[in-house]
Write a protein that binds this ligand. Sequence first.
Ligand code: RAM
Length: 344
Amino acid sequence: MRDKVLGVLLGLAAGALMMTSCAKAPLKKTQTQVTGAKSVKIVFIPKNTGNPYFDSLINGFKKASEEQGCEFSTVAPATAEATSQLPFIKEQMQRGVNVLAICPNSPDALNQVFKEARSKGIIVLTVNADLPGNEEYRDACVLPMDFNLTGRSQVELMGSLIDYKGKIALLSATTDAPDQNFWIKGMKEALKEPKYQGMKLAEIAYGNDDPQKSLTECEALLTKYPDLRGIIAPTTVAIAAAAQCVETAKKAPTVQVTGLGTPNQMRRFIKNGTVTAFALWSPYDEGYLSAYLAVGLATKKIEPEPGGLFSVPRLGERKFAEKNVVVTGPPVVFTKQNIEEYHF
Ligand code: RAM
């Protein structure tokens, strides 16, 4: 499996390219006042509370905010429904944040509130999920990898585990989740390729990024499809629940579970053989990069423009791709061979 490792999370360019982000920025009348990095107030709103994935991302945000001397806070709804973040966004606008960093629970339900925030001079930065088709409602977006590659790489990973043959199911997050839905589109496209014609997608189930609901949905899949060969769970919540469910049902290795998971939540299942391989990236680096970008945008030291470059301490140079998307990267496939190197 070593050769399946797509890259390494850590050990990215270690250059100390500190950004000087304390200069005064010209103020428009409507704009929230910002005079330098130390005056920037960032809030990050993840999809929901209680997900260790976002704890890592928040730790990255915190570290980079400390380094820059800016204010960082985080609030989140208990559940990941399309509009559950709305009251939190409004409250933070009232509080006078300069940067609203958010992992949106919907690709379009927040358009109006984002528009309002931006009209007040607040930078809207989508982090970890974007607004496909509605990118004009945010200033820039930080994604952990090129999302155009995520779906296909998940199908390839599953294929390699089941010899490219058999019935598979997807266990996703919410029906509205912009990130998972984008990846699922990529998976469906990939499944049309000749290489994957032996793999049949039986069903897409939704666990709402809720551990209990994900577990129940997984149990239903096992009952409904006795000949199921694999479950792709492209969410750290559902993959952990699916591994638990397959372990309890003693269905491994006939049913292969893969997807996107955190090494800490998946370690036990990799070690006892319930799961052979799964993927992810570094949510910590993603948060770290986002905080540097947030301050750069708020102080106007960084102008979002496709092709534009900026530097982040420890991570090195990053480029704005089309639609001002910045990718943290790289993804990694975790197996028995490398899982001990990762602790998050
Ligand atoms: C869950 C969330 C998050 C996603 C990861 C892979 O933690 O849905 O948004 O990026 O999985």
